[in-house]
Design a protein around this ligand. Structure first.
Ligand code: AMP
Length: 451
């Protein structure tokens, strides 16, 4: 089975104890992947690596692990795969040795033509260690007949279709790359004389790095002996930044594509309140992802904001649990109602999105069970009707409740007194008409699929 990679990536160039900075960066990006994590470092002679299943602080807290990751350059990766492939060979960064030396790659995204590329390579005798897309990139680079590493890298990447934000390390330099559509984020930061790359700017904040700018769609940025170099070798495409990063995936304190995610989410709540007002006594969020939108909703509707659901912070995101039966249980593991806040109240509960509908249904039951008189669900994104093929973990179309149910039917299923979503126009009012991928809301995919 092919693995999809929903991930966080970090790279540090030219810093003593680079691996320690990458470790901290990965810690800040833990929300982008909780299944496994890894760091590869180099002293420009040897590549050192440590990878394992688990959270960043579990994997790297073992005695001596960090001191073994030597050198002034390091890259790291957190993985968020739900396909349950436990093989250690799938944990990134992937590293390999080829005719031009050592290479390590950390990838965030999903390459949609990976299967056909892999088939081709296997037919020509290539042997694969993992079933992740990333290994394909290494093979393509190694196989390219171009003379320089840079040309071989470009040659390889030109074959790929889909989402790829990449950090690539060689003995003396680190490359940061975004696919020509720019689906996934990747930013450049500066820490004294060092260059830092990370999926989100919250990683820079933790290590005290200064945000410089985003890697542009289709750009290859090289941090090396010549400082920072930038190249744009790919054919220009229409930008397709993932709207769902702003809605749910990125951390609220990250500065993403020119805006703070927190403010964008708050604005989503405000517009939602204007589009779908409701008479209520309190507005509560589904914590944590619904908090900024709920605040925006409360402010715009002049309704008191409160915490009616208390989150247990020691469980992962809802999706991590493997089966539907456990997932149902998972909502209760994570959230508990605050009875004194809810009793006899007309409650608006704001969440960022509905995917399968499990959370909403459970929450309505919980809130009513705790004495809420009315429960109105407000969702700060349009209905998710189609799966993502560009690097966000969404289930199959069949499992997405809004792909086969109207809002009225979702209301019935959830047993809420009303349900309303932010409109696509409302969302575009905030992020802009163009430059974003809205395919999970429209089922219109910006890159054609292979037949
Ligand atoms: P569901 O119960 O399947 O409707 O899931 C909805 C909840 O999952 C919402 O509270 C969202 O915050 C959260 N969510 C949305 N998208 C994702 C995702 N790709 N991965 C994990 N959780 C998500």
């Amino acid at each position: 089975m092919k693995l999809k990679e929903y991930c966080g990536i970090v790279g540090v160039y030219n810093k003593e104890e680079a691996a320690n900075y990458v470790y901290l960066g990965l810690h800040a990006l833990q929300h982008r992947g909780q299944e496994s994590t890894g760091i590869v470092s180099t002293d420009s002679k040897i590549f050192y690596e440590h990878k394992d299943h688990g959270l960043v602080n579990e994997v790297f807290n073992k005695k001596d692990v960090m001191s073994l990751l030597k050198g002034k350059m390091a890259i790291g990766h957190n993985r968020y795969s739900t396909l349950g492939d436990n093989s250690i060979s799938n944990i990134q960064p992937l590293s390999a040795h080829f005719d031009m030396g050592d290479i390590a790659i950390a990838h965030n995204g999903n390459i949609i033509n990976a299967e056909s590329i892999k088939k081709n390579l296997v037919e020509k005798g290539a042997i694969f260690n993992s079933n992740s897309d990333t290994e394909i990139i290494i093979h393509l680079i190694a196989k390219s007949e171009k003379k320089t590493f840079f040309d071989r890298l470009v040659d390889a990447l030109k074959i790929l279709k889909g989402a790829f934000s990449l950090i690539v390390m060689r003995e003396n330099e680190i490359y940061a790359i975004r696919d020509p559509w720019g689906f996934r984020p990747l930013s450049i930061g500066k820490l004294d004389d060092s260059v830092v790359f990370a999926s989100e700017t919250c990683a820079f904040d933790l290590i005290g790095a200064e945000f410089i700018r985003d890697v542009k769609p289709g750009e290859i940025v090289i941090a090396g002996r010549n400082g920072i170099e930038s190249y744009e070798p790919f054919e220009k495409k229409e930008e397709q930044k993932c709207a769902f990063e702003l809605i749910y995936f990125a951390r609220p304190d990250s500065y993403l594509w020119g805006q703070y995610t927190y403010s964008v989410r708050k604005k989503m709540g405000e517009i939602l309140a204007e589009e779908s007002p409701v008479e209520a006594d309190i507005v509560i969020p589904t914590p944590d992802s619904g908090v900024p939108a709920a605040l925006g909703f409360a402010e715009a509707s002049n309704t008191p904001f409160d915490f009616g659901l208390i989150r247990n912070h020691y469980v992962g995101r809802t999706f991590i649990e493997p089966s539907q039966s456990i997932r149902n249980f998972g909502v209760r593991l994570k959230l508990n109602p605050a009875r004194d806040v809810l009793e006899n109240k007309r409650v608006v509960v704001v969440d960022d999105s509905i995917v399968r509908g499990t959370t909403s249904r459970r929450i309505v039951k919980m809130l009513k069970g705790a004495g809420a008189k009315e429960v109105h669900i407000r969702i700060a994104s349009p209905p998710v009707i189609a799966p993502c093929f560009y690097g966000i973990d969404t289930p199959t179309k069949k499992e997405l409740i809004a792909s086969s149910h109207t809002v009225e039917e979702i209301k019935k299923y959830s047993t809420a007194d009303s349900v309303a979503y932010l409109s696509l126009d409302g969302l575009k009012q905030i992020v802009g008409e163009s430059g974003y991928c809205f395919s999970c809301f429209t089922a219109q995919y910006p890159i054609e699929f292979d037949k």
